[in-house]
Design a protein around this ligand. Structure first.
Ligand code: FEO
Length: 171
């Protein structure tokens, strides 16, 4: 059984993961609007990953006899000035999510909730990857600089990211 404190904190994290999905979908929509289809594909994959993160925590709350509560999801930003600005935002956001996971981990330790601590270890590892993949794209875009050719090369590369769930086919 989860303590009330832990249950509320995990529910907040479900909301934060759903917000992340919403933010990345907003970034995908921005990339669609500027015809950077590869960057959009990368963001669709990221959106789906965030949904998986949210569902993992949702299922864990249920498994531990808690009650998952769906709260309002904040509206994300919709406009950015460049692909680099978008990925810098994504990288900052992942650093913020890491801090949330670390806070949850601290709470599980202070509450002596060992099951939740072990459950959260997956997220600690996942955040290392999440930060590395966003900052990797930031670095590649910085190298591309003002060159349109460079940007298109990065876009092509990002378009190769596999989507966990295929998008509906366009008619
Ligand atoms: Fe669910 Fe990108 O952290």
């Amino acid at each position: 059984m989860l303590t009330k404190n832990m249950e509320e904190a995990l529910n907040k994290q479900v909301n934060a993961e759903l917000y992340s999905a919403y933010l990345y979908l907003s970034m995908a929509a921005y990339f669609e609007s500027v015809d950077l289809k590869g960057c959009a594909t990368w963001m669709y994959a990221q959106t789906q990953e965030e949904m998986v993160h949210a569902m993992k925590i949702y299922e864990y709350i249920n498994e531990r006899g808690g009650r998952a509560i769906m709260d309002a999801i904040d509206a994300p930003k919709n406009e950015w000035g460049s692909a680099l600005e978008v990925f810098e935002h994504a990288y900052q956001h992942e650093q913020y999510v890491t801090s949330l996971i670390n806070d949850l981990m601290d709470l599980s330790i202070s509450e002596k909730d060992h099951a939740t601590r072990i459950f959260l270890q997956w997220f600690v590892t996942e955040q290392v990857e999440e930060e590395a993949s966003a900052s990797g794209v930031v670095e590649r875009l910085k190298l591309a600089g003002e060159s349109t050719g460079g940007l298109f090369m990065v876009d092509k590369e990002l378009g190769q990211r596999q989507l966990p769930i295929p998008l509906p086919q366009k008619k």
